[in-house]
Every structure is written in C-alpha cells, then in structure tokens.
Design a protein around this ligand. Structure first.
Ligand code: SF4
Length: 315
C-alpha cells in the first residue's frame, strides 16, 4: 500500500510538576496518498496535540516521548528541528491551526505574511506568481494581498489561512477544526473547497474535528479518539453506519437527526473529560454500558480488515 503518512505507537505527554498528562497515548494509523483521515473526539481528547505532533509543534511542556511518524520513508521524530524546518514543514506537511481566523497577524497585509513564508524557506519574494496561484486555488483574488486581516470576512480569512498552508505545495495538509466558528453556509463552502484541493493537488488530508457528521462527509477513514487513545479506526461508512466501540456508538447516536427523532443528543461530557483520570484499564470504563470486570485491565487492540477496535468486547 502507498502511504503518505504512517504513525506508529505515538505517545505525546505533557510533563509537569503536577504529574504527567498522556495527551496522546500509543496512537497508530496510516494515511493513503490522496486520501483523508478524520480524527474525531471531544475537547481534551488529544486530537489537536496529535495534529501538532505531526508538525513537531507540540507546545511546551508537551513532548513526543515514544513512537514514529513516517513521512516518505523517514521518521520525522528523529530528525533535527533545523532539518525539519528547512525540508519538511510547509513543503511536505503543512497545517491550518485551530482558531486560524485569529492566527493571521493583524499588523501585516496578507501579501507580506505570505512573502515572509517564502523568504523563510529561501524562495524569492519577487515571485508573486506563487502567491497569486495559491490564492486563486482557494478562489481568492490576488488583489487580496494588499488587505489587512481585519478587512476580510471570516470565510475569506479561513481561505487565506488555507492559501498560506498550501503556498509551498505540501503533500499532506493537517486541518485542525477548519470550520469551527464559521457560519453554516461558509462551513460547507470550506469543506467543498478542501475536497476540491485534495482532488486537484493529489494531496492527503488529516481532518481534526469534534463533529463526526462533518468528518464522515470528507474523510475516507475515521479514527475515534478518547482520552488520548484511538478506540476505533475504520472506513468512514462503517463507523457511521455500524459503530462497534461503545464510545463510537454513543458519538454516533448523539448526532441530531431530523428523520430519526429517537436519536437524542447524549451527554458525552459525563465522566469523560481529562486524559489522566485512569491509569490502567479501559478509559471509557465509567461511561460504558457494557463494562465488565475484565475492563479494569487495559483492553486489547483487535485488528480488522480496515482498522482496529480497542475493546474487550471484541476479544
Ligand atoms: Fe466498555 Fe469494556 Fe469495551 Fe471499555 S473495554 S469500551 S469498558 S466493553
């Protein structure tokens, strides 16, 4: 199989005087070329830390403590910061960060912010065609380069952030909550745009979102995260139509559905927040209707054709 990205047993911890937070705990998945994977979970489940780890941008005191991130046959956890910045960031893998609407620098025009990216990577800042092409690919006029972020609408700011992430033509884009804080119409435009970019550029995308409905629309594969671990990985249609892990089941039935009014949103916040609550055993033990005595031990990872489930039920 031709993979754009493979993550093997990745663990990212936040180490502090108050204890260790296992934000990402033994996570594994592969992403095929020109495909997308959706990482879904509630706030605090570790999905944004996972996204940041793929860009080696985990904020202090976070640290990749174990595992591999293989990109083009190379484990990027093992190379120096300098080499990563020069050869990989923006060129091979790039990211739209959560809160991208506010991530543009308010005191510089769009054009000067894009030129700065070119400058940092040794490209000529006189080559305005590269900037214009990137803006056109997200359906923005090149004249926008003269504008300051406050002169743009929410949708235009998000498109600008995407254009910046695509400036050096990366093979993989990590999009962390790309539609959060946009109104519904603009959300759907951005989703359609990302789908088109993936197609046109033969790109692979890692979508990170709390919204399983949105993710299942744009990703061939879905990974459900709970307290730092992927509890279920599989094809999008399988997860959506036939969820197997009890937590995935809860997530799917919590999506409001006008046709099936019996689908009442469930309270997923119960006992579910915070990645360090339990040290051993299944992390969903307190919220699981099928919990049994053996679930006090770490659940096995059961592989199937298209992914895996981390649960004693499928032993
Ligand atoms: Fe529920 Fe046990 Fe499976 Fe955890 S391992 S999800 S507690 S059945």
């Amino acid at each position: 199989m031709n993979f754009a990205l493979t993550v093997n047993s990745l663990s990212v911890y936040y180490l502090s005087h108050f204890g260790t937070v296992k934000a990402v705990d033994d996570v594994s998945f592969s992403l095929e070329k020109n495909q997308s994977i959706g990482i879904v979970g509630e706030s605090g489940c570790g999905k944004s830390t996972l996204g940041a780890a793929l860009l080696r941008s985990v904020p202090y005191p976070g640290k990749i403590v174990d595992g591999q991130i293989i990109l083009d046959g190379q484990d990027i956890t093992k190379i120096s910061d300098d080499e990563f910045d020069k050869k990989i960031r923006w060129k091979e893998i790039s990211m739209i960060f959560q809160g991208a609407l506010n991530s543009l620098d308010p005191v510089f025009t769009v054009g000067s912010q894009m030129k700065e990216i070119l400058h940092q990577h040794g490209y000529s800042t006189d080559d305005l065609e590269v900037i214009a092409d990137s803006l056109k690919s997200v359906l923005l006029e090149p004249s926008i380069t003269k504008k300051y972020p406050h002169e743009l609408s929410g949708g235009m700011k998000q498109r600008t952030s995407i254009a910046m992430a695509l400036l050096l033509n990366p093979k993989i884009l990590v999009a962390d909550e790309p539609t959060t804080s946009l109104d519904v119409m603009v959300q759907s435009q951005i989703i359609n745009l990302l789908k088109k970019l993936k197609r046109d550029r033969n790109m692979s995308i890692v979508f990170i979102s709390h919204d399983l409905g949105v993710i299942s629309e744009v990703s061939e594969t879905i990974a459900i995260m709970y307290r730092g671990q992927i509890v279920e990985l599989g094809k999008s249609y399988e997860i959506y139509k036939n969820p197997k892990h009890p937590y995935t089941e809860k997530l799917v039935t919590s999506i409001p559905n006008i046709k099936h009014k019996e689908n009442r949103p469930q309270d997923l916040s119960e006992k579910s927040q915070g990645p360090i609550r339990k040290e051993t055993g299944c992390k969903f033990y307190d919220g699981c209707p099928y919990a049994k005595e053996k679930c006090r031990n770490d659940p096995p990872v059961i592989n199937h054709k298209n992914g895996y489930i981390r649960c004693w039920l499928y032993e």
